[in-house]
Design a protein around this ligand. Sequence first.
Ligand code: ARG
Ligand code: MN
Ligand code: MN
Length: 339
Amino acid sequence: MNTSMVQSKFLSHPEDIGVVAVGFSGGQTRVATSQLTKMAWQCKAGVDAAPKALIESGLLTQLRDELNYKLHGDDEVHLYTDLVPKEDPPYRNMKNPMAVSNVTQKLCDQVYSHAKEGRLVLTLGGDHSIAIGTIAGSAKAMRERLGREIAVIWVDAHADINTPESSDSGNVHGMPVAFVTGLAKEKKPEYFGWLQDDHLLSVKKLVYIGLRDVDPGEKRILRENGIKAFSMFDIDKHGIGRVVEMALAHIGNDTPIHLSFDVDALDPMWAPSTGTPVRGGLTLREGDFICESVHQTGSLVAVDLVEVNPSLATDHVGASETVRAGCSLVRCALGESLL
Ligand SMILES: NC(=[NH2+])NCCC[C@H](N)C(=O)O
Ligand SMILES: [Mn+2]
Ligand SMILES: [Mn+2]
C-alpha cells in the first residue's frame, strides 16, 4: 500500500476495509423535490441514490486500485425495505421510530462483524441516524477486541444530540448522538432499547468540529455534559490546523477513532446536495484536512460519510459536486493525499 507511512494502532488488518452501503433516509423527513405522501420516503426513487452515486463515481474502485485496499462486503446498496414496518406512528415525538431502530440495529451487527475482524469499517449513508448503528457496532467491537472505549470525531454543521423530547423536528437524524451516548434512554427494544452498555460512547470521548446550527436545547446538553465542541467560530479564530490539533489532543493517542462525517459540515458551495444545508461552513480543503489528519494518527477504525443526497440538488452539477466532495473526504481519511 502507498499508505505504509502510517502505522495502524488498532487494526489487525489495516489493508482491509469492510464496506457497508446503506441507502436509508428514514431519519429525516424533509423532502425537497416531489410532493410525497406521508410514508412515501420508503419507496422514494433516489433514497438509495447516495451510496450508489458514490460507488458509481468510482470511489470503491479507487480505494481498490489506487490505494490498494482489499474490500469486503457491499458492492451493492442495502435499502432494508424489509425492516420498515407498514405502520410506524411517532413514538416520544420521533418520526419513523421503528424503521430507524430496526435499520440501525441491523447496521450495528454489520459494522460489528467487520470491526471484530480487525478491519477498518467504511459506511456510506444514508442520513445521519445511521450513526446510531455504526457507532454502536464500533464501540462494541473495540471493547471486545481491545478492551478499549472508542472516541468519535463528529464533523457536522449540526450537533445531532437532541433527545426525542428536546427535538423540534422529531427527525431521528438530529438525535443519534443522544442515543449512542446514553443521554436518550429507552427500554423498548423496538425503539432503540436494543442499545446496551457495551454499545455506548462516553461523552468525554466525543469531539465536534464544524458546528454552526445548534438548537437551544442542544446547546444546553453540550454545556451540561462538558462536551468538547469546535464551532466555525473556533475554526475562524484558531485556523483548522490548530482546531484539529486540539480535537486530537482531547482524545489522546491511545484511543481508537470513529470519524462520523456529515457532508453538510462543508459549505453548501462545495456540498449543496444535502437535506439540511447551512451556509458558512468548511471549505473542501478544510474538510479534507480533517480527514487527512485523522488518518495520520493511525488510530482510525471507522468512517461514516452521511447526508449526501443527490436527489435534492436543483441541478445535476450540484449533485455531482457533492458526490465528488464526499469521495474526496473518504479518500483523504484513507490516506490518499499523503506523500
Ligand atoms: N443529520 C442532520 N443533518 N441533522 C440535522 C438536524 C437538524 C435539527 N437540529 C433537528 O434536530 O432536526
Ligand atoms: Mn448536519
Ligand atoms: Mn449530521
